[in-house]
Ligand binder design. Sequence first.
Ligand code: MGD
Ligand code: MGD
Ligand code: SF4
Ligand code: MO
Length: 696
Amino acid sequence: MTQRQTHFRACNLCEAICGLAIETDGEQIVSIRGDKQDPFSRGHICPKAVALQDLQEDPDRLRQPLRKVDGQWQSISWDEAFAYAAERLHSIASVHGGNSVAVYAGNPSVHNYGLMTHASYFYKQLQTRSRYSATSVDQLPHHLVSHLMYGHQMLIPVPDIDRCDFMLVLGGNPLASNGSIMTVPDVEKRLKAVKSRGRLVVVDPRRSETAELADQHVFIRPGEDAAFLLVFLRTLLDESLTTPSAVPFAELSAVKAALAPFDLAAQAQRCGVALDTIQTLAREFAATPRAACYGRMGVSTQVFGSLSQWLIQLINLVAGKLDAEGGMMFSEPAMDLLHSMSPGNFARWHSRVSQLPEFAGELPVAALAEEMLTPGEGQIRALITQAGNPVLSTPNGRQLDRALEGLEFMLSIDFYLNETTRHADLILPPTSALEHDHYDMSFNMLAVRNVTRYNAPVFAKPAGSLHDWEIFMGLAKAYAERAGHKAPTAIEPAQMVDMAIRMGAYGDKSSHKLTLKALQEQPHGIDLGPLKPCLAARLQTSNKQVETAPALLLQELQRFAHSKAPEGLLLIGRRHVRSNNSWMHNYHRLIKGKPRHQLLMHPDDLAPRGLVDGQRVRVSTRVGAVDVVVQASDEVMPGVVSLPHGFGHQREGVRMSKASELVGVSANDLTDEQLIDRLSGNTALNGVPVEVQACA
Ligand SMILES: Nc1nc2c(c(=O)[nH]1)N[C@H]1C(S)=C(S)[C@@H](COP(=O)(O)OP(=O)(O)OC[C@H]3O[C@@H](n4cnc5c(=O)[nH]c(N)nc54)[C@H](O)[C@@H]3O)O[C@H]1N2
Ligand SMILES: Nc1nc2c(c(=O)[nH]1)N[C@H]1C(S)=C(S)[C@@H](COP(=O)(O)OP(=O)(O)OC[C@H]3O[C@@H](n4cnc5c(=O)[nH]c(N)nc54)[C@H](O)[C@@H]3O)O[C@H]1N2
Ligand code: SF4
Ligand SMILES: [Mo]
């Protein structure tokens, strides 16, 4: 007897939120396909969707709380686990103060809504300023710039890709990443459509998969996008290639005055792009009514990441492409984080050792290890990680690896025993993606159409397991009991979403009358239409105008003017469509095929060093060295080497049997916690000065 059933739900592994049709037979997954009836993703999926089955069935996935006793892992009950965590954390905080307990939230925290809705019931009680997350190795400059210019950290424009006729992409490789801060399933088809309507141009130190697809690829020296963008913006201003905009903003005189002293030829030389190339692109951009300038990860994780993101906003604004059809637009989601999330605050406090600024209640993760290693009042003595692997994903990972060994207590909420969680005293594993429901709070907010969908679980929760949000409530209650606080109570995530949607733009007061129930009745998701100009109404600045010249960014421009571009070889990263940061290397069907952990290096850089393709080389930086196989490639420009992150699994105590077979090294054993975007504290993962020589 079979009990075949088809479930429709979205994949939550990356930002693209593709609809899936998952066929099951009892407890078994029979197939995972794209859901053709999903109006947004139209049947598209990438190879990772199928790996949801591998995650579901992985014998290495943890399913019970584990406590380390004398170096050995022992299974314990949930109640024992919660009481143990509360006891240890409370006693450390009592002796050393709240800030001695730190929290690190990893990337899946924004892909699993229970973590967004319920973690704070626990964390609030800790009263700690030692909060960290993957935001500061990623998109922090986007949030900071949106906070300063538009009054809210989540008011981030996305390319109106389906109507755009000229798309300029800097530092993004959507063909590998499936799009980021641009929720767009099936991005390849949509980029090809841009090409057929007009032009796709990619600015990147590597001829990425997206650059390969583009009509034009421009090599740029890593970390120098600010110089490129400055020339671009000045060209628009100097040649009066501006278009009046319906967006309310004050005079640009401060911006113009600050940009005036720059010598454009010198800036072009600095970024390694011919002056004429940049100026021609600026003219074409301005002349195309529907055009968008989009800069992503490669642009934000560099030393002038915030400055670059600001210049991108200004380029779109002065050319009339901001909040305009076919340009960079803002979503109007069914659940609007403008109302439920803080608009962002900046620099209310600083990290103890390096004085890095707080943003929205978090400190830059570049400071995490030194805050553990530097004695004194406020030293971090306990750490909680949720859905994160900072040993592989944050700068100078080896230093963090060592720092974790010195903690008095560490708790990880994660379903793998990996490079980070192996240091924990207690691991609390949640249910898998298919065992819980999900509503995407983050990425509907960044989608290229207004869309919404509720995702029911595919499998019932296995007996004795807990969802992430239930784990947080368990911790919150045990901690309250230990600390003598009032025990917190909370409704379920789905009920919170119901309330937020009913209050939102498509809720009770609208003709849509959306509710959770209405969403549940439409398992393929609901299309709420194309993006519409809405910035004037959504702006959160006090004067209801775009702040074009925030003082902090004008200062940053000055700092840039007085800075010098680094010389020598520079390291950049690279993603592969079958990867997902550090944690999906345990699935056979994602890791099969040619190895892809090599260092890419241009033949012109190999020869003078006496190196040859396929040889093992030593790559070193201020913080460390790794030995890796080098691959000759003209994909990277001369002077640039590329290494993917998320490898480096061969460490004692890691329980990921397939991943541990991979020989790749961690790029973050090379990245430098002192090489940061000074304004925001975001790590410069790209443009890291390195030396490469033959292995002894
Ligand atoms: N398959 C896969 N998909 C993913 C992920 C994954 O690990 N694997 N991770 C997800 C996450 S967390 C994120 S944040 C997104 C990121 O998604 P994207 O922002 O698209 O990031 P990448 O694919 O890393 O592309 C960054 C590009 O920037 C280029 N670059 C590096 N330095 C510079 C520079 O100084 N200037 C310029 N102009 N370009 C530069 C790189 O060569 C690279 O092509 O992807 C998400 N999707
Ligand atoms: N050199 C270099 N470094 C980088 C990058 C780069 O391009 N180059 N990219 C950076 C970027 S953009 C990011 S976002 C960070 C990511 O940094 P992290 O978020 O720290 O790392 P991940 O590899 O995403 O680790 C995710 C962890 O979450 C667990 N997990 C997965 N799903 C769930 C869940 O539903 N619940 C719980 N509790 N746990 C779950 C996994 O087992 C894994 O341990 O890495 C950054 N690091
Ligand atoms: S593109 Fe992203 S959301 Fe779509 S199937 Fe792949 S991992 Fe999942
Ligand atoms: Mo990310």
